[in-house]
Design a binder for this molecule. Structure first.
Ligand SMILES: [Zn+2]
Length: 433
């Protein structure tokens, strides 16, 4: 599973580079037979005995390869390359379940004899994994899973924001996927569309994946720090006992916040999410894209999650309405309020459970109730049925271990920031003006 994930780390440029390598290899292979012939002639004329040895060696190194196309299977690849159909069957026979689950873009490499028998074959499913088949004397194949482990090297990067997180991050060589992940980490606390100011800074340590000295992709963000208008936020990656990584702030609270299921305690649900409901006031079929809670006028309404008020005012049939943005993906809407809480003004941050307004019947409402909506990526979802994002703080038994780890990581990040600053200073100092 982790192996499949590695492909996602592949930037397009890398795939382009790979294809280039393929071209070079093919080109080299074309030349190869010439030089082999020349060498053979040389060995023949100089020393007849060494000829056989040289020939075998050349044969072993001679790999051919092809990239799998959509709809390919082993027999099609063999036919296309004039390889023995019997060998395709024998390989299929020796392959364990799943090994021949060929996908477009994967590489098949093989060595074959002059009469088109495959002696070795590799199906490379990722830069780290290959299924390998070796022909035995009986004409069968031995199967071996060849798994390599990427070398994870931490890389420090920092940037000051001039235009945007993505532009200024890219200038520092941080890959887009890592910047997207960074925005997601802090998305519950910072609105990257509205909150970012010139002069905001961030720094992080993330993994680069190397195989045999060559960078093949990117791994996880290990720690990230963001200073947004003077407010400093830090996220540290920590793996639980099952090896699953999550991000926490230095005191051990999850970076990902959770939601309350209901914005009012002990209220009766008077109308559920229903995409085909007869509207009680308009008396025609109209989707009800939320949940109604019947409650007395003045009953306090709570924000179901940490977030930022992006709207507080009158909004058509909704009457007095509050909309809160949570992270980058979620929005909640509260309608028909009799009045607002003065702390829930547009642009203000609110905490989960904080009172944002009071039940009323403003707008299109037959009686006092709260109309509540939950949107994910802009789509209305049934708040009573949707699986809400879970977040857990570090458990008690892990807390001490986490705090020690977080302290070590923060010191590491700060020490990197220090070296960078020091080198900047030394540059300035060496400047003769
Ligand atoms: Zn409603």
């Amino acid at each position: 599973m982790a192996v499949l994930g590695q492909w996602q780390y592949f930037p397009k440029t890398h795939i382009a580079a790979l294809s280039l390598i393929v071209l070079i290899v093919i080109f080299a292979v074309g030349e190869h037979s010439d030089s082999k012939q020349k060498r053979e002639i040389q060995t023949l004329t100089v020393n007849g005995e060494s000829h056989e040895e040289a020939d075998i060696q050349e044969e072993v190194e001679y790999w051919q390869q092809t990239e799998l196309k959509s709809g390919d299977n082993l027999s099609r690849v063999f036919t296309r390359n004039s390889l023995s159909a019997a060998d395709a069957l024998a390989i299929a026979h020796s392959a364990p379940k799943g090994a021949l689950n060929l996908q477009p873009g994967q590489m098949i490499k093989w060595q074959n004899t002059a009469d088109n028998h495959v002696t070795r074959m590799r199906i490379e499913t990722s830069p780290l994994t290959a299924h390998e088949f070796n022909r035995t004397i009986e004409g069968k194949y031995d199967y071996k899973l060849d798994e390599k482990v990427a070398d994870r090297r931490p890389r420090f990067a920092q940037a000051k924001i001039n235009s945007s997180l993505f532009l200024d991050g890219a200038k520092q060589g941080i890959p887009q996927a890592t910047l997207t992940e960074l925005a997601g980490l802090f998305g519950w606390d910072i609105d990257f569309a509205l909150d970012i100011r010139q002069g905001d800074e961030f720094s992080l340590i993330y993994e680069e994946l190397f195989l045999e000295g060559e960078r093949i992709g990117y791994g996880n963000i290990l720690i990230a720090n963001f200073i947004n208008r003077g407010r400093e936020l830090t996220a540290v990656r920590y793996e639980d006992k099952k090896g699953e990584g999550q991000y926490y702030d230095p005191s051990g609270h999850s970076m990902r916040k959770e939601f309350l299921r209901n914005p009012i305690d002990l209220a009766r649900i008077s109308s559920r999410f229903n995409l085909r409901r007869k509207h009680p006031v308009l008396n025609k079929f109209r989707a009800h894209k939320g949940t109604d809670y019947a409650a007395r006028t003045g009953t306090p309404i709570k924000s179901t999650g940490d977030g930022k008020v992006i709207f507080a005012g009158r909004k058509g049939g909704f009457g007095n309405c509050v909309i809160i943005q949570h992270g980058s993906r979620y929005q909640t809407l509260y309608a028909h309020l009799s009045k607002f809480n003065r702390k829930a003004r547009k642009g203000r941050r609110v905490k989960q459970g904080q009172v944002i307004g009071y039940v009323g019947s403003t707008g299109l409402a037959t009686g006092p109730h709260l109309h509540f909506e939950f949107r994910v990526d802009g789509v209305h979802r049934d708040s009573l049925r949707i699986k809400l994002p879970k977040s857990r703080s570090i458990s008690k038994d892990q807390k001490a271990a986490y705090k020690a780890e977080a302290k070590r990581m923060i010191e590491w990040l700060k020490s990197q920031q220090g070296t960078q600053l020091a080198s900047d200073e030394s540059l300035e100092m060496s400047n003769p003006t």
